[in-house]
Write a new protein. Structure first.
Length: 305
């Protein structure tokens, strides 16, 4: 997939325009393209983005995505998706691979949703605090994540770093996304599976995953009616040592949440859409339609609306 050769020269974005550019990477657009092979929402957002005059109509849809992504990467416009893309490219696909690691997106932990967690030899969670985010919930978020993940990081914008340092415990790592879209480590996070909580881990995972973890730790699971299974599994699970529960979670979720099946899809999409492809649940039969949609001539795609 060729990168965009058309530079988008803009100074200030009005709020409606920024919202449209940011929404181009939403799950709604990706799902619509994957299920229908086209997206009327994309066509509307493309117009509202005001990017079309800078890109020849003969270009493909992916050119607009790349142009929008390049614009959002500029300091001051970076939203949550840009931070997730940096983690995807620099850590999941940079330090690891889809063969050796898996990624959890918007993973429910109690009343919080972890932005991204990466499972390799351990479980590491990353909470995004972009230029446009508030820090109001940060203390509650990292406290919840520490019960489930052995390593906890906050990846923050420059304007948040000092405040983040003052808010989070010293065993929470701090990363910064700089103006060149590089991730710098300001404070590393220790690997502490022993501080996690089997009860908190159980409440985050699926029933079958809990059963698999117990069996992997040599715990016999009795045959009971489905209506009683969850409570029986929970009673057994909370008896596990924290380190054993965490290690079991990593091993099992790397299998049940494996993303290797998406490697061919990712290879056929522009870098700007890699994170979306790895985050939005899609059926295998939808992959071809999504690839075809992003390769549609831009002039034809605008008629989708």
């Amino acid at each position: 997939m060729n990168s965009v050769s058309h530079a988008v020269r803009m100074t200030d974005l009005v709020s409606d325009q920024f919202a449209a550019i940011s929404r181009l990477f939403s799950s709604c657009v990706i799902r619509e393209m994957a299920r229908k092979g086209k997206s009327p929402l994309f066509a509307r957002l493309a117009r509202q983005s005001l990017l079309l005059p800078s890109i020849p109509a003969s270009e493909r849809v992916f050119s607009l995505f790349e142009a929008a992504f390049a614009l959002l990467k500029r300091s001051g416009y970076r939203d949550e998706y840009i931070y997730k893309a940096a983690l995807t490219h620099k850590i999941l696909l940079g330090k690891h691979s889809l063969h050796s690691a898996s990624m959890l997106n918007e993973f429910r932990v109690g009343e919080c949703k972890a932005d991204i967690a990466i499972l390799d030899g351990t479980a590491t969670v990353y909470e995004v605090k972009s230029e446009r985010d508030s820090l109001n919930r940060l203390e509650r978020q990292v406290a919840a994540y520490s019960k489930v993940f052995a390593r906890v990081y906050v990846i923050a914008a420059d304007n948040h770093v000092d405040a983040v340092i003052g808010l989070v415990p010293k065993d929470v790592g701090i990363l910064c996304l700089n103006g060149r879209h590089h991730i710098s480590t300001l404070r590393d996070a220790p690997d502490r599976p022993e501080r996690t909580s089997p009860a908190a881990i159980f409440d985050c995972i699926r029933t079958e995953e809990a059963r698999m973890i117990l069996l992997s730790r040599g715990v016999s699971v009795p045959v009971v009616p489905n209506t009683a299974l969850n409570s029986v599994l929970r009673r057994l699970f909370i008896k596990l040592k924290a380190r054993d529960a965490h290690e079991g979670m990593v091993r099992v979720l790397k299998k049940t949440r494996n993303l290797l099946r998406l490697s061919d899809l990712v290879a056929q999409l522009p870098p700007s859409l890699h994170t979306a492809a790895l985050s939005v649940p899609l059926r295998k039969l939808d992959h071809t339609r999504l690839v075809a949609a992003v390769n549609t001539c831009l002039e034809d795609a605008i008629a989708w609306a």
